[in-house]
Design a protein around this ligand. Structure first.
Ligand SMILES: C[S@@+](CC[C@H](N)C(=O)[O-])C[C@H]1O[C@@H](n2cnc3c(N)ncnc32)[C@H](O)[C@@H]1O
Length: 437
């Protein structure tokens, strides 16, 4: 595995590293989502200055993406596994040395100081010093020999059954590589790309390799763009909303797809169960000056419409977003899947009930798993005689940049390893269904 470009000398301060270790404990020991631990007002980042918060997050994410290679570097220098708190400090140091290319003496001094300051680990200062001095010498070479971190068993088996062993390893490599920042332009993508120093992707999203703070980008305040992975921007285009059309965004918050539908001029109703997430949707609408009717309700018992089109971005395992959210494999389990698959089926049935005759439904999930995609659609077609998959011409303008080989009989399957040389994309399944007229 290649080291990332050097980020300069490690800072002497320990605050960000302590924050990172707190985040790692929250995810790996307590099974919390990283986003929840970051947002927790009493959590590991409470009271940290913005730059320490940002650095703590970057470090925690890097460690979560590379736990296995870090352990491989440490293994030859440890006779037995150290206590969990010491192990995590050593892993963090190895990732800083071998991936982030930080100055060795600063990394080793910080790790030894952290171990010494924690009563659970203070007695291991000498050991940590010796292990890390070895890691400084031999670590980068051992690191370079490692394959990308594997998915946990519950998920790896399912991904292997869907895509085979070789592609599973390719997907794992894409997860380890992380993700750039993608923006959807409210107006012309090329103009936005010029303004923010990005490139326009084949599907029209704007990509930035090294963006810094999003809210500092030109055009943020005026709502010239919103953050949205390139793959996540395709379902709204698949719906092909027309100006004035009545469109229901059934699981809408925080609203990336609502904004796309509204920007196309559709009369959008945006519904979601979560008031908290809807607050972000409201902020997004205000910032961009776009409009939608916002409804807080459970889609399963809400009555409205009929609508000419419905977009259903259903709750799912989110396994397509692991390159952005490397905590997911550690905090989710197979037990989470069954209720999600059942909820998705119920939401599809409800969405169809809210459509006018001849109306179209785009169903999508940011999942790698066929049970939340292709299989879900086969089951829906069985339940609803007359319902049909209705993909547009992939050579047409609506879906420019979507490769014909990404489409199958049930819909379009996007994978994290696509566009590997450009920085990848989230995994997604999406399809368009049409009711009989
Ligand atoms: C994948 S997210 C939607 C992302 C959103 N479409 C976007 O592009 O920003 C799924 C959403 O479904 C919502 N949800 C889950 N169950 C729901 C239900 N029964 N009724 C309405 N919304 C629900 C969740 O609150 C969550 O916001």
């Amino acid at each position: 595995m290649a080291a990332q470009t050097g980020k300069g000398p490690a800072r002497t301060g320990l605050t960000a590293r302590r924050g990172a270790l707190g985040l790692l404990e929250a995810v790996l020991d307590r099974g919390e989502l990283l986003s929840a631990a970051i947002d927790d007002a009493d959590g590991p980042l409470a009271g940290l200055a913005p730059e320490d918060r940002a650095r703590a997050q970057r470090l925690a994410i890097a460690v979560l993406r590379h736990l296995a290679p870090a352990d491989a570097v440490l293994k030859p220098f440890l006779r037995k596994p150290p206590p969990p708190a010491a192990r995590m400090i050593l892993r963090l140091a190895v990732v800083e040395l071998c991936l982030l290319d930080e100055a060795p003496h600063g990394v080793v001094d910080s790790a030894v100081a952290l171990i010494g300051a924690d009563p659970r680990t203070a007695r291991l200062k000498g050991l940590a010093n010796a292990v890390l001095r070895n890691a400084v010498e031999a670590g980068p070479e051992i690191w370079a020999r490692q394959h990308a971190q594997r998915l946990p068993g519950w998920l790896r088996g399912r991904v292997q059954s869907a895509y085979g062993g070789r592609l599973t390893a390719v997907i794992e490599t894409a997860h380890a590589a992380g993700a750039p920042l993608d923006l959807t332009a409210r107006g012309d993508a090329a103009t936005l790309a010029d303004a923010v120093g990005g490139i326009v992707l084949p599907t029209g999203s704007v990509r930035l390799a090294d963006p810094g703070r999003v809210s500092a980008l030109p055009g943020y305040e005026t709502g010239a763009f919103w953050v949205q992975d390139a793959a996540a921007a395709v379902p709204a285009r698949l719906l092909a909303p027309q100006a004035g059309e009545t469109v229901l965004d059934l699981c809408a918050a925080p609203g990336g797809k609502t904004l796309q539908l509204a920007a196309a001029g559709a009369a959008v109703t945006a519904l979601d169960l979560s008031e908290t997430r809807l607050a972000r949707l409201h902020q997004n609408l205000t910032r961009t000056g776009l409009t939608a009717t916002v409804v807080a309700a459970d889609a399963l018992d809400w009555a409205g419409g009929p609508f000419e089109a419905v977009l259903l971005d259903a709750p799912c395992s989110a396994t397509g977003t692991i390159r952005r959210h490397p905590d997911l494999p550690f905090v989710k389990s197979a037990a989470d899947l069954k209720p999600l698959v059942a909820l998705q089926a119920a939401l599809i049935d409800r969405a169809l009930g809210l459509l006018a005759p001849g109306g179209r439904l785009v169903f999508c999930t940011c999942s790698l798993l066929p049970e939340e995609g292709e299989a879900q659609i086969r089951a829906a077609l069985d339940r609803h005689p007359g319902l049909a998959v209705d993909l547009p011409d992939l050579a047409g303008p609506d879906l420019a940049g979507v490769e014909p080989e990404w489409a199958g009989p049930e819909g379009i399957r996007l994978r994290p390893d696509y566009w590997a040389d450009r920085g990848g994309m989230d995994g997604f399944f999406m399809t368009r269904l049409r009711l009989p007229g």
